[in-house]
Design a protein around this ligand. Structure first.
Ligand SMILES: [Zn+2]
Length: 320
Protein backbone atom coordinates (compact mmCIF):
# COMPACT_ATOMS: atom_id res chain seq x y z
CA UNK A 1 0.00 0.00 0.00
CA UNK A 2 1.34 3.45 -0.89
CA UNK A 3 2.00 5.92 1.92
CA UNK A 4 -0.73 8.29 0.77
CA UNK A 5 -3.19 5.50 0.30
CA UNK A 6 -2.48 4.32 3.85
CA UNK A 7 -3.07 7.86 5.13
CA UNK A 8 -6.45 8.12 3.38
CA UNK A 9 -7.52 4.67 4.50
CA UNK A 10 -6.80 5.63 8.11
CA UNK A 11 -8.74 8.85 7.64
CA UNK A 12 -11.62 6.93 6.11
CA UNK A 13 -11.80 4.59 9.12
CA UNK A 14 -11.76 7.52 11.50
CA UNK A 15 -14.54 9.33 9.61
CA UNK A 16 -16.62 6.17 9.32
CA UNK A 17 -16.55 5.92 13.13
CA UNK A 18 -17.62 9.54 13.46
CA UNK A 19 -20.36 8.97 10.94
CA UNK A 20 -21.79 6.11 12.98
CA UNK A 21 -22.42 8.61 15.77
CA UNK A 22 -23.83 11.30 13.49
CA UNK A 23 -24.99 9.79 10.19
CA UNK A 24 -26.70 12.98 9.07
CA UNK A 25 -23.81 15.33 9.74
CA UNK A 26 -23.07 16.95 6.38
CA UNK A 27 -19.52 17.94 7.28
CA UNK A 28 -18.59 14.39 8.15
CA UNK A 29 -20.18 13.02 4.98
CA UNK A 30 -18.44 15.59 2.77
CA UNK A 31 -15.08 14.96 4.43
CA UNK A 32 -15.52 11.25 3.92
CA UNK A 33 -16.28 11.85 0.24
CA UNK A 34 -13.13 14.01 -0.16
CA UNK A 35 -10.92 11.39 1.45
CA UNK A 36 -12.31 8.72 -0.86
CA UNK A 37 -11.86 11.02 -3.85
CA UNK A 38 -8.19 11.62 -2.96
CA UNK A 39 -7.59 7.92 -2.70
CA UNK A 40 -9.53 7.30 -5.91
CA UNK A 41 -7.53 9.98 -7.70
CA UNK A 42 -4.28 8.35 -6.65
CA UNK A 43 -5.55 4.99 -7.93
CA UNK A 44 -6.63 6.66 -11.19
CA UNK A 45 -3.18 8.10 -11.73
CA UNK A 46 -1.68 4.68 -11.10
CA UNK A 47 -4.16 3.29 -13.61
CA UNK A 48 -5.90 1.06 -11.15
CA UNK A 49 -9.21 1.97 -12.75
CA UNK A 50 -11.25 -0.60 -10.84
CA UNK A 51 -10.13 0.73 -7.49
CA UNK A 52 -10.51 4.34 -8.62
CA UNK A 53 -14.04 3.71 -9.82
CA UNK A 54 -15.04 1.97 -6.56
CA UNK A 55 -13.72 4.91 -4.51
CA UNK A 56 -15.48 7.57 -6.58
CA UNK A 57 -18.75 5.63 -6.57
CA UNK A 58 -18.50 5.33 -2.79
CA UNK A 59 -17.63 9.04 -2.47
CA UNK A 60 -20.75 9.95 -4.44
CA UNK A 61 -22.90 8.02 -2.00
CA UNK A 62 -21.73 10.37 0.79
CA UNK A 63 -21.83 13.52 -1.31
CA UNK A 64 -24.39 12.87 -4.07
CA UNK A 65 -24.59 16.48 -5.30
CA UNK A 66 -20.85 16.89 -5.87
CA UNK A 67 -20.50 17.64 -9.59
CA UNK A 68 -16.71 17.38 -9.60
CA UNK A 69 -16.91 13.78 -8.38
CA UNK A 70 -19.37 12.95 -11.16
CA UNK A 71 -17.08 14.44 -13.82
CA UNK A 72 -14.06 12.55 -12.49
CA UNK A 73 -16.03 9.30 -12.40
CA UNK A 74 -17.28 9.86 -15.95
CA UNK A 75 -13.67 9.98 -17.20
CA UNK A 76 -12.89 6.68 -15.46
CA UNK A 77 -16.03 4.99 -16.75
CA UNK A 78 -15.25 6.21 -20.28
CA UNK A 79 -11.92 4.45 -20.19
CA UNK A 80 -13.40 1.24 -18.81
CA UNK A 81 -16.64 0.62 -20.63
CA UNK A 82 -17.40 -0.38 -24.19
CA UNK A 83 -20.39 1.94 -24.26
CA UNK A 84 -20.16 5.67 -23.57
CA UNK A 85 -23.73 5.97 -22.32
CA UNK A 86 -23.00 5.68 -18.60
CA UNK A 87 -20.00 8.03 -18.83
CA UNK A 88 -22.10 10.56 -20.70
CA UNK A 89 -24.88 10.39 -18.11
CA UNK A 90 -22.43 11.10 -15.31
CA UNK A 91 -20.79 13.92 -17.21
CA UNK A 92 -24.14 15.48 -18.02
CA UNK A 93 -25.13 15.47 -14.36
CA UNK A 94 -21.73 16.83 -13.36
CA UNK A 95 -21.93 19.64 -15.90
CA UNK A 96 -25.04 21.01 -14.22
CA UNK A 97 -22.82 22.33 -11.46
CA UNK A 98 -19.55 22.90 -13.28
CA UNK A 99 -19.36 25.20 -16.31
CA UNK A 100 -15.87 24.09 -17.48
CA UNK A 101 -15.87 24.50 -21.28
CA UNK A 102 -13.47 21.64 -21.99
CA UNK A 103 -15.95 19.19 -20.47
CA UNK A 104 -18.71 20.51 -22.70
CA UNK A 105 -16.57 19.51 -25.66
CA UNK A 106 -16.18 16.07 -24.14
CA UNK A 107 -19.97 15.88 -23.84
CA UNK A 108 -20.37 16.61 -27.55
CA UNK A 109 -17.87 13.88 -28.28
CA UNK A 110 -19.80 11.39 -26.13
CA UNK A 111 -22.94 12.37 -27.99
CA UNK A 112 -21.35 11.68 -31.38
CA UNK A 113 -19.92 8.39 -30.12
CA UNK A 114 -23.28 7.24 -28.78
CA UNK A 115 -24.89 7.88 -32.15
CA UNK A 116 -22.28 5.67 -33.81
CA UNK A 117 -22.39 3.05 -31.06
CA UNK A 118 -25.98 2.33 -32.02
CA UNK A 119 -24.58 0.73 -35.18
CA UNK A 120 -21.86 -1.27 -33.47
CA UNK A 121 -21.50 -4.58 -31.70
CA UNK A 122 -19.52 -5.38 -28.59
CA UNK A 123 -17.53 -8.55 -27.99
CA UNK A 124 -15.41 -9.19 -24.91
CA UNK A 125 -12.41 -11.39 -24.44
CA UNK A 126 -11.09 -11.21 -20.88
CA UNK A 127 -10.25 -7.58 -20.32
CA UNK A 128 -10.19 -6.65 -24.00
CA UNK A 129 -13.43 -5.08 -25.23
CA UNK A 130 -13.91 -4.91 -28.98
CA UNK A 131 -16.59 -2.62 -30.35
CA UNK A 132 -17.05 -2.63 -34.11
CA UNK A 133 -19.44 -1.31 -36.69
CA UNK A 134 -21.75 -4.13 -37.69
CA UNK A 135 -21.71 -3.51 -41.43
CA UNK A 136 -17.90 -3.46 -41.64
CA UNK A 137 -16.45 -6.08 -43.96
CA UNK A 138 -13.83 -8.52 -42.80
CA UNK A 139 -14.01 -8.12 -39.02
CA UNK A 140 -12.94 -11.41 -37.47
CA UNK A 141 -13.10 -10.84 -33.69
CA UNK A 142 -11.22 -14.01 -32.82
CA UNK A 143 -8.35 -13.11 -35.13
CA UNK A 144 -8.35 -9.53 -33.83
CA UNK A 145 -8.09 -10.70 -30.21
CA UNK A 146 -5.18 -12.93 -31.25
CA UNK A 147 -3.47 -9.93 -32.83
CA UNK A 148 -4.07 -7.79 -29.74
CA UNK A 149 -2.52 -10.52 -27.60
CA UNK A 150 0.44 -10.73 -29.95
CA UNK A 151 0.93 -6.96 -29.82
CA UNK A 152 0.58 -6.94 -26.03
CA UNK A 153 3.27 -9.63 -25.68
CA UNK A 154 5.54 -7.89 -28.17
CA UNK A 155 5.34 -4.41 -26.65
CA UNK A 156 5.24 -5.80 -23.10
CA UNK A 157 8.63 -7.37 -23.50
CA UNK A 158 10.29 -3.99 -24.07
CA UNK A 159 8.37 -2.11 -21.40
CA UNK A 160 8.24 -5.00 -18.95
CA UNK A 161 4.59 -4.12 -18.57
CA UNK A 162 1.40 -5.86 -19.66
CA UNK A 163 -1.90 -4.00 -19.43
CA UNK A 164 -4.16 -5.85 -17.03
CA UNK A 165 -7.07 -3.42 -16.81
CA UNK A 166 -9.93 -3.28 -19.28
CA UNK A 167 -9.06 -1.79 -22.64
CA UNK A 168 -11.58 -0.78 -25.31
CA UNK A 169 -10.83 -1.07 -29.05
CA UNK A 170 -13.20 0.66 -31.47
CA UNK A 171 -13.25 -0.26 -35.17
CA UNK A 172 -15.32 1.86 -37.54
CA UNK A 173 -15.09 3.02 -41.14
CA UNK A 174 -13.10 6.12 -42.07
CA UNK A 175 -16.10 8.45 -42.10
CA UNK A 176 -17.31 7.43 -38.67
CA UNK A 177 -13.75 7.49 -37.36
CA UNK A 178 -13.53 11.15 -38.29
CA UNK A 179 -16.69 11.80 -36.28
CA UNK A 180 -15.57 10.08 -33.09
CA UNK A 181 -12.01 11.26 -32.73
CA UNK A 182 -11.04 14.50 -31.19
CA UNK A 183 -7.46 14.55 -32.50
CA UNK A 184 -5.98 16.48 -35.42
CA UNK A 185 -7.37 15.89 -38.93
CA UNK A 186 -4.31 13.95 -40.06
CA UNK A 187 -4.66 11.31 -37.30
CA UNK A 188 -4.53 7.83 -38.82
CA UNK A 189 -5.80 6.21 -35.60
CA UNK A 190 -6.25 7.52 -32.11
CA UNK A 191 -5.93 6.70 -28.45
CA UNK A 192 -7.99 8.83 -26.09
CA UNK A 193 -8.23 6.15 -23.43
CA UNK A 194 -9.90 3.93 -26.04
CA UNK A 195 -8.02 2.70 -29.07
CA UNK A 196 -9.90 3.90 -32.15
CA UNK A 197 -8.89 2.56 -35.55
CA UNK A 198 -10.48 3.15 -38.95
CA UNK A 199 -11.00 -0.31 -40.39
CA UNK A 200 -11.73 0.10 -44.05
CA UNK A 201 -9.87 -2.66 -45.83
CA UNK A 202 -10.57 -5.39 -43.27
CA UNK A 203 -7.75 -7.71 -42.32
CA UNK A 204 -6.60 -7.88 -45.92
CA UNK A 205 -3.47 -6.08 -44.92
CA UNK A 206 -2.99 -7.69 -41.55
CA UNK A 207 0.57 -6.50 -41.16
CA UNK A 208 -0.51 -2.88 -41.51
CA UNK A 209 -3.37 -3.35 -39.04
CA UNK A 210 -1.05 -4.96 -36.51
CA UNK A 211 1.42 -2.09 -36.87
CA UNK A 212 -1.30 0.49 -36.17
CA UNK A 213 -2.48 -1.59 -33.24
CA UNK A 214 1.06 -1.74 -31.83
CA UNK A 215 1.42 2.03 -32.19
CA UNK A 216 -1.81 2.81 -30.32
CA UNK A 217 -1.32 0.07 -27.74
CA UNK A 218 2.10 1.53 -26.93
CA UNK A 219 0.42 4.86 -26.16
CA UNK A 220 -1.79 3.06 -23.60
CA UNK A 221 1.27 1.45 -22.00
CA UNK A 222 3.01 4.83 -21.82
CA UNK A 223 -0.07 6.44 -20.27
CA UNK A 224 -0.16 3.72 -17.64
CA UNK A 225 3.54 3.89 -16.82
CA UNK A 226 3.65 7.68 -16.64
CA UNK A 227 0.69 7.51 -14.22
CA UNK A 228 -1.23 10.24 -15.98
CA UNK A 229 1.56 12.84 -16.00
CA UNK A 230 2.06 14.73 -19.29
CA UNK A 231 4.60 13.03 -21.55
CA UNK A 232 6.55 15.04 -24.18
CA UNK A 233 5.27 14.56 -27.73
CA UNK A 234 8.62 13.23 -29.04
CA UNK A 235 8.74 10.61 -26.32
CA UNK A 236 5.15 9.39 -26.72
CA UNK A 237 5.26 9.30 -30.50
CA UNK A 238 8.89 8.21 -30.79
CA UNK A 239 8.25 5.14 -28.67
CA UNK A 240 4.95 4.37 -30.42
CA UNK A 241 6.66 4.62 -33.82
CA UNK A 242 9.52 2.50 -32.52
CA UNK A 243 7.17 -0.36 -31.59
CA UNK A 244 5.11 0.13 -34.75
CA UNK A 245 8.15 -0.17 -37.01
CA UNK A 246 9.64 -3.01 -35.00
CA UNK A 247 6.51 -5.16 -35.32
CA UNK A 248 6.35 -4.24 -39.00
CA UNK A 249 9.80 -5.77 -39.25
CA UNK A 250 11.37 -2.83 -41.09
CA UNK A 251 14.95 -1.91 -40.50
CA UNK A 252 14.81 1.12 -38.25
CA UNK A 253 18.10 2.33 -39.68
CA UNK A 254 17.01 2.28 -43.30
CA UNK A 255 17.32 5.85 -44.57
CA UNK A 256 14.20 5.36 -46.68
CA UNK A 257 12.22 5.68 -43.48
CA UNK A 258 13.74 9.07 -42.73
CA UNK A 259 13.07 10.88 -45.99
CA UNK A 260 11.84 14.07 -44.35
CA UNK A 261 14.74 14.16 -41.96
CA UNK A 262 17.15 13.70 -44.87
CA UNK A 263 15.55 16.62 -46.66
CA UNK A 264 16.09 19.10 -43.84
CA UNK A 265 19.53 17.72 -42.97
CA UNK A 266 21.44 20.03 -45.34
CA UNK A 267 19.74 23.19 -44.20
CA UNK A 268 19.58 21.96 -40.59
CA UNK A 269 16.01 23.25 -40.52
CA UNK A 270 14.73 20.75 -38.00
CA UNK A 271 11.64 21.31 -35.90
CA UNK A 272 12.83 22.97 -32.69
CA UNK A 273 13.07 20.67 -29.71
CA UNK A 274 10.85 23.00 -27.63
CA UNK A 275 7.99 22.24 -30.02
CA UNK A 276 8.48 18.48 -29.91
CA UNK A 277 8.85 18.56 -26.15
CA UNK A 278 5.37 20.01 -25.74
CA UNK A 279 2.91 17.25 -24.70
CA UNK A 280 0.25 19.02 -26.82
CA UNK A 281 2.46 19.40 -29.90
CA UNK A 282 0.15 17.24 -32.06
CA UNK A 283 -2.41 20.04 -32.02
CA UNK A 284 0.14 22.73 -32.81
CA UNK A 285 2.40 21.33 -35.53
CA UNK A 286 1.27 22.34 -39.03
CA UNK A 287 0.09 19.19 -40.91
CA UNK A 288 2.87 19.45 -43.52
CA UNK A 289 5.49 19.12 -40.76
CA UNK A 290 3.89 16.10 -39.10
CA UNK A 291 5.95 13.43 -40.94
CA UNK A 292 9.14 15.28 -39.99
CA UNK A 293 7.95 15.54 -36.37
CA UNK A 294 7.50 11.75 -36.23
CA UNK A 295 10.85 11.04 -37.85
CA UNK A 296 12.66 13.38 -35.47
CA UNK A 297 10.86 11.81 -32.50
CA UNK A 298 11.79 8.32 -33.60
CA UNK A 299 15.39 9.34 -34.16
CA UNK A 300 15.65 10.73 -30.59
CA UNK A 301 14.33 7.47 -29.17
CA UNK A 302 16.66 5.40 -31.36
CA UNK A 303 19.63 7.53 -30.36
CA UNK A 304 18.95 7.02 -26.64
CA UNK A 305 18.25 3.34 -27.11
CA UNK A 306 21.44 2.75 -29.08
CA UNK A 307 23.61 4.71 -26.74
CA UNK A 308 22.14 3.53 -23.43
CA UNK A 309 19.79 0.61 -24.32
CA UNK A 310 16.06 0.58 -23.70
CA UNK A 311 16.17 0.66 -19.90
CA UNK A 312 16.89 4.40 -19.45
CA UNK A 313 13.88 5.17 -21.64
CA UNK A 314 11.82 3.07 -19.30
CA UNK A 315 13.11 4.66 -16.12
CA UNK A 316 12.63 8.15 -17.60
CA UNK A 317 9.05 7.22 -18.32
CA UNK A 318 8.40 5.92 -14.82
CA UNK A 319 9.96 8.99 -13.21
CA UNK A 320 8.35 11.52 -15.46
ZN1 LIG B 1 0.72 8.16 -31.96
Amino acid sequence: MKADEQKWTTAEKFLQKARKLEPENENINKSLASVLAWRGDEAYRLNDLKKARADFEKALRYDPQNSKLKIMLSQIVYRMEGSTQEANGLLEEGLKGNPDESFREQKMQFFREMEIEKQTREIRHGNWILRFQEDLMGVDPKRIFDLIQEVSDFVGEDFEYWIKHRLVFVLVDQMKFEQIHSGPDWAAALNDGRIKIPFSSGLENEKQFKAVLAHEYTHSVINDLSAGYPVPFWFHEGLARYEEDRIRGVSLYDSRYFLNLAQVYKSQSYLPFEILNDPLAAEKIPPSFVPLAYEQSLSFVLYIKDKFRFYPLLSFLKNI
